[in-house]
Ligand binder design. Sequence first.
Ligand SMILES: [Zn+2]
Length: 76
Amino acid sequence: MPIFEYACQSCGKVFEKLQLVGREEQVKCPACASEKVEKKISAPFLPSSVGRPADSASCAAPAKSDGCSSGCASGG
Ligand SMILES: [Zn+2]
């Protein structure tokens, strides 16, 4: 189900609302009933179709190299 996240421009409340495809209705803030809400582009789900090699014979050098520097003890 397409659930979009909205942020009220009036009071700043962030809420989620289910929107049916092809039926765009005015979204109101559940807190202050303001119509000045902004749809936030959020993607909680990842795209399923990802380009992947169909035929891979050999892989010599590891192209993957992500650096997690030493010392990952940082509170957030
Ligand atoms: Zn509001």
